[in-house]
Ligand binder design. Structure first.
Ligand code: GLP
Length: 262
């Protein structure tokens, strides 16, 4: 895993955006895996800026989002479909029919999950997956002890995730759905590249456990230690508990030109 420590979320997000943009320029029909939550918002703003000011072209790009709440329709204020439409898709030249978010209203959830996996495979697999991390180490909505072999499926959120995400529901935990559809950890590990973003002191514990702790399903993000191409973009606050932070800075600063892609 490559650890990239930047001064703040803005700089970290811009570095991550350069990796996404490089892929999209090299492969205009790239398949992107996308995430929601507050963390990727600055990344999406930077991609929108690159689209407006530098002509970054999303017309052939295909996307698959990680997850969706069960029971929220696409137009619900807190659905991840609506989040993506408002914060990214409506502001770039992507074709809406090329964007995919699990259907939280599916009547047959297992069938919808299997179809989602098939759609990813039919698209040729995910080239680059964007990830955030929950304070309990979840990726997508793969809560602690999720199987590392899991595929897209229904999951139950932990009480901590319900509490963490209540801020999006007016602070009212009772409004947060307890179930979701999420890509599995196996699905995420199949992406050819994973880039994870984590900013702020409340992510420091999870970041340290992900990077330097044992690989264990109690800390789902730790599986990225096994991914051949994973980059973690963090700010100084999220880097606080890393034992080898100075080493990661030294590696990044001394990266040879041919390796410098962020
Ligand atoms: C949600 C999402 C995750 C996200 C996490 C962190 O639970 N399902 O994909 O990484 O929250 O959210 P935030 O970035 O707001 O801290």
């Amino acid at each position: 895993m490559e650890i990239i420590i930047k001064k703040d979320a803005q700089e970290g997000s811009c570095a991550a955006a350069r990796v996404v943009a490089r892929l999209v320029r090299a492969k205009p029909d790239a398949v992107l895996g996308l995430a929601t939550g507050s963390t990727p918002l600055t990344l999406y703003k930077e991609l929108i800026r690159m689209h407006n000011e530098e002509g970054l072209d999303f017309s052939e790009v295909v996307t698959f989002n990680l997850d969706e709440y069960i029971g929220l329709s696409a137009d619900h204020e807190q659905s991840y479909r609506r989040f993506m439409n408002e914060n990214l898709f409506s502001q770039i030249n992507i074709k809406l029919e090329n964007t995919h978010v699990p259907d939280g209203m599916a009547e047959d959830v297992p069938a919808a999950c299997a179809a989602y996996e098939q759609a990813i495979a039919d698209a040729g697999g995910i080239d680059l997956q964007v990830l955030g991390i929950g304070s309990d180490g979840h990726v997508g909505f793969n809560e602690p002890t999720s199987s590392f072999a899991s595929r897209t499926r229904i999951k139950t959120l932990t009480r901590q995730t319900v509490a963490d995400n209540a801020r999006f529901f007016g602070g009212d935990e009772s409004k947060v759905p307890h179930h979701c559809i999420t890509m599995g950890i196996g699905t995420i590990m199949d992406a050819r590249m994973n880039i994870m973003l984590a900013f702020g002191a409340n992510k420091a514990d999870a970041v340290a456990a992900t990077v330097e702790g044992p690989v264990a399903s109690i800390m789902p993000a730790s599986i990225l230690q096994h991914h051949p191409s994973a980059k973690l973009f963090i700010d100084e606050a999220a880097a606080t508990d890393l034992k080898l932070a100075d080493y990661y800075r030294w590696v990044y600063e001394g990266k040879p030109e041919w390796q410098a892609d962020a």
